[in-house]
Write a protein of this length. Sequence first.
Length: 463
Amino acid sequence: MKRIASLFLVSLFAGAITLGAYKLFFEKDHYQLAVSQEEIPLLSTSNLPTSPRGAGINEVDFTLAAEKTVNSVVHVKNLTLSKGSSSLSDFFYGFERQQTPQIGSGSGVIISPDGYIVTNNHVIDNASQLQVNLNNNKTYEAEVIGSDADSDIALLKINAEEPLPYLAFGDSDNAKIGEWVLAVGNPFNLTSTVTAGIVSAKARSLGRNQSFIQTDAAVNPGNSGGALVNTNGDLIGINTAITSQTGSYVGYAFAVPSNIAKKVVEDIMEFGNVQKGLLGIQGGDLTSSLAEEKGLSGSDGVYVSKVTEESGAAEAGLQEGDIIKQVDNIAVHKFSELSGYLSSKRPGDVVEVVVDRDGKNVSKRVTLKKQSSIILPMTGFTVKNLSKEDQKKFGISKGVKIIDVPEAYGRYGLENKIITEVDGNEVNNIDDAKRHFGEISRYGRTSFTMINEKGEKEHMILQ
């Protein structure tokens, strides 16, 4: 019995030693760090409404904007008459080809209850007859009140029996990238078509010294001149162009901002043409390569390479080398943003321009002026209206001064001479010069009269 008890005690002691050794050499302690879920959340969330593309479409309601817009967007049909190309037999035998009608189509937006309609200039260009179809299937003949090829905006008028549904212009400057928009028009002659998308970008230039709103709402041929509206149904753009190798929508569409379209329409109604307020500078985007060349820091803003004489910019004290950063509290990152904003202004308007000059912000109040110089069609001459100094020097009050010519005319010594007549037509200013030079036939002979710096008359013939 004693022997059994002794064996039991020995076994118990040996087991205790074994367990202790295991604990000491093989088993490690595991520690767990307790973290407050309030301090470090696993997933960051927002209380803002979820985008309808990612979640419920009911978060944004398009129906009210669509219902408001479709009745204000019209179908524009453009009838043009074409003789087609002449053949050699037409020349020898005096045959005259019959005019064949061609019909183009686009869209337009009613902007007043008495029948004013805004559309694209290219929709109504060269029209012999314009027809407008409303969403209620009524048809009217339309009159062109005026147009502007530079902005691609035209104003039409129809005479309806009753007040028409119309859209109010919104503020395109307040449109935000990522904001939902609707494009409404008549693509492929499919009337009252509504597509949805977002504002993809703003101030796109498309190489045209113009500023466009870019959207991914589907826009196709026939949509031109139609409405781009926000979810409130406010008109923030006139659809005008797509970028495509096929001619159909491939993901990018562009609209003239409503602030520009509204200003063009108001100018046409009040003055009969577009009043352009010019800052009076030449320049471009401040790129990284330009910044490196000029020894500047940063690559954001518009670099002023030249200030035009007697311009608002010159009078306000803007200088070559200034970097425009802001206009009227609107940030300027590239030239298209600057030109787009100024397109909504008129001569006589005053804008606050903030420039970076030698690393310091300088603010200048600039009075915008009328366009005083243009490049003439056919010849490529750059001419400007006469200044008071020019009038005094040459002893005349009318005419345009040649300030630059293409290389082909460089050897004729034309710079600084005053053009007073073109083919017997008096030239008073750049508007006259543009019109008369635009009427020059490339197949005929043109003569114009100039006054040189000695006050002598000269004649030049172009063939």
